[in-house]
Design a protein. Structure first.
Length: 65
């Protein structure tokens, strides 16, 4: 996986609208971008997807010098 890889995780805001969170690697560190100024509400399945995206990002970040 390259350092420019990005993952997206679906979620809902507190008003129930569909949103996306982004996970990416930036200079060997994992960054999470939540919906702008909002709280993300995740179902158990979405939490699992976030966990998987974070794990993949950490593996990718570990390979960056």
């Amino acid at each position: 996986m390259g350092p420019n890889q990005e993952w997206h995780v679906s979620c809902r805001d507190v008003a129930g609208r569909r949103r996306d969170m982004s996970v990416f690697v930036n200079h060997g560190r994992v960054a999470i971008v939540a919906p702008s100024g909002e709280t993300a509400v995740l179902s158990p399945l979405e939490v699992g997807r976030l966990r998987a995206a974070l794990r993949e990002a950490v593996v990718s970040a570990a390979g960056v010098d």
